[in-house]
Design a protein around this ligand. Structure first.
Ligand SMILES: [Cu+2]
Length: 120
C-alpha cells in the first residue's frame, strides 16, 4: 500500500511538469472585408499563436505574415466569402506585417500590423 502511494505521487508529479513548461496558445482573429482587416488584438506573446482568417467580405481573401527585417513569409490559405481558415504558427518576438496577396488588395488597404512581444 505504501508503494502504491509512492507510485501515485510519482505519476502525479511527472504529469504536472509538461503542463507548466508548455506555453499557452494565443489566438488572433483577422476579419477580412473589402478592403481591410480587423484584428481581434494587435499584440500577442511570443510562442504558439493560432490565427483565424474569417472572410466576411464578398471577394476571396488570404493572409500572409512577415516579420520586419526577415524574408520568411507565413501564409494563411485563401478563404472564400463566408469561409474561415486557421493556422497555428510559432512566432518570435517582433513586428509582423500582414497583407492580402490577392490582386491589388494590399494596395487598397488590406494590410495590418501585429506586435509579438517577448514572453516574460
Ligand atoms: Cu484580399
Amino acid at each position: 500500500m505504501k508503494r502504491l502511494g509512492l507510485l501515485l505521487a510519482l505519476v502525479a508529479s511527472a504529469g504536472a511538469l509538461p503542463a507548466q513548461a508548455a506555453a499557452p496558445l494565443a489566438r488572433v482573429q483577422v476579419v477580412a472585408v473589402e478592403f481591410h482587416y480587423r484584428l481581434s488584438r494587435v499584440r500577442v506573446p511570443a510562442g504558439p499563436v493560432r490565427i483565424e482568417l474569417a472572410n466576411f467580405g464578398q471577394d476571396e481573401h488570404n493572409l500572409t505574415l512577415r516579420r520586419v527585417g526577415t524574408t520568411k513569409t507565413y501564409a494563411v490559405p485563401s478563404a472564400l466569402p463566408g469561409q474561415r481558415q486557421t493556422v497555428t504558427l510559432r512566432l518570435k518576438p517582433g513586428l509582423y506585417v500582414l497583407k492580402c496577396t490577392m490582386a491589388d488588395h494590399a494596395m487598397l488597404g488590406m494590410k495590418a500590423r501585429l506586435r509579438v512581444r517577448p514572453r516574460t
